[in-house]
Design a protein around this ligand. Structure first.
Ligand code: KE4
Length: 426
């Protein structure tokens, strides 16, 4: 019998390029038919064939509370009853700005936007406007959304489809983006020695999640901070994925590094189109209408999205939230490593708070080249085996996974049992 997912995928491809509204959803890297979801609740999603999956993608990070959390849904419904958008300021935007500045000491002022791409694109423009410099440093395998300057040797969907640099980006734009190796402080220092006076900013994922999960070394983090200070460049932490995912203080709180600018998205909006960029007041005051760096958005600070964000952040601040999330995540990974050992699989895994990476390699990769050396084909077979078993992992070997507060011990144990079954015949 034809799967409804297949039928819908064929229909979708008639008028939507690739049948999807974002490339990573197309299963291009893992092959097969993308699942069309019809419902999510807690740790679960159901596809068009009414098959249930334990979900470890969580809409690529936002659903840290699980799908359709009642308090978030109620907040959204209540806000919607008063109108969907005004294109004018609302009190709730002040509440969210105040809360973000309270939760993140490095964020003295903040501007709300509608996507992570908007946040990073604006932060880059702001850094260039503030410093009067053009060069930006990013790292191979990191993905910061699809603004032209940042689609150079990027991760996520570009890496998944093997085209790390997008067509359509003018060479003149790409020329101002310097791409270095993640976790290579020596190379970074050498670059600053040669062109430090031209560098407006470093933008970095403080825990990389778009080439699979790669943790930063303390040396790398410290080098970025001190080199920016020495050369008058800004340090931008792209915390769209790590923000409120790895801890209440984000990655910057975890590592004790104070960036000049921070970008947020995903979790901060609880699943609604909400993102933000913020940081030093002297830098943020360069943003229009105060300063000369233009930035705008029809739906920026949208009241319904802000309601979802406020409801989500309120629940994340509950005592013990992150300890429990990290424990669930660690327990799941320990179980996967145990069954990999039992079944003779070369496998490793690691997590930071509620985000994790799994690798068909003996050791967790610490660099882009080590990620590329992992057994991608074996991951793809594992992905489909788990999908058949009702476990939905990210459909790419180059993405991080996410656990939610809704994942129960029973869900974790079921995931481990599924992995035992799949790994036994990989
Ligand atoms: P969006 O424009 O997709 O909201 O955010 C872009 C972005 C910026 N920075 C980081 C660190 C990100 O991870 C992202 C988006 N992440 C991908 C998944 N790895 C989104 C999924 C997709 O592209 O469909």
């Amino acid at each position: 019998m034809t799967s409804q997912n297949q039928t819908l995928f064929e229909r979708a491809q008639r008028h939507i390029p690739g049948g999807v509204n974002s490339p990573v959803r197309a299963f291009g890297s893992v092959g097969g038919t993308p699942r069309f979801f019809v419902r999510g609740s807690g740790a679960y999603v159901w596809d068009a064939d009414n098959k249930r999956y334990i979900d470890y993608v969580g809409s690529w990070g936002p659903l840290i509370l699980g799908h359709a959390h009642p308090q978030v849904i109620d907040a959204v419904k209540h806000a919607a009853d008063f109108g969907l958008s005004f294109g004018a300021p609302t009190e709730q935007e002040i509440d969210l700005a105040d809360l973000l500045c309270e939760m993140l000491p490095s964020v003295e002022k903040v501007r709300l936007v509608s996507s992570g791409t908007e946040a990073t694109m604006s932060a880059i423009r702001l850094a260039r406007g503030f410093t009067g410099r053009d060069k930006i440093i990013k790292f191979e395998g990191c993905y910061h959304g699809h603004a032209d300057s940042l689609l150079v040797k990027a991760g996520s969907g570009l890496l998944t489809f093997g085209n790390p640099s997008s067509a359509g980006v003018p060479a003149a734009v790409a020329a101002d983006t310097v791409v270095l190796q993640y976790n290579n402080p020596q190379q970074l220092a050498e670059t600053f020695v040669s062109i430090g006076s031209q560098i407006a900013a470093i933008i970095v994922e403080p825990v990389a999640g778009n080439m699979n999960l790669v943790k930063p070394t303390a040396e790398f983090l410290q080098a970025m901070r001190s080199l920016c200070d020495q050369h008058g460049a800004l340090l931008i932490f792209d915390e769209v994925m790590t923000g409120f995912r790895v801890g209440l203080g984000c990655a910057q709180g975890l590592f004790g590094i104070r960036p000049d600018l921070t970008t947020l998205g995903k979790t901060v909006g609880g699943g609604m189109p909400l993102a933000a960029f913020g940081g030093r007041a002297d830098v943020m005051d360069k943003i229009a209408p105060l300063g000369p760096v233009y930035q705008a958005g029809t739906l920026s600070g949208n009241p319904v999205a802000v309601a979802a964000g406020l409801a989500t952040l309120k629940l994340l601040r509950q005592p013990g939230f992150y300890e429990k999330l990290a424990a669930s995540t660690s327990k799941m990974l320990e179980g996967l490593c145990q069954v990999a050992k039992e079944t003779g699989q070369t496998f490793s895994a690691q997590s930071v708070g509620g985000m994790f990476g799994v690798y068909f390699a003996a050791d967790c990769p610490q660099s882009f080249s080590e990620v590329m050396a992992c057994d991608k084909d074996r991951f793809n077979r594992f992905f489909h085996g788990m999908l058949d078993q009702g476990v939905y992992l990210a459909p790419s070997a180059f993405e991080a996974g996410f656990v939610s507060a809704a994942h129960s011990d029973t869900d974790i144990e079921a995931t481990i049992a599924a992995a035992r079954h799949v790994m036994a015949s990989l």
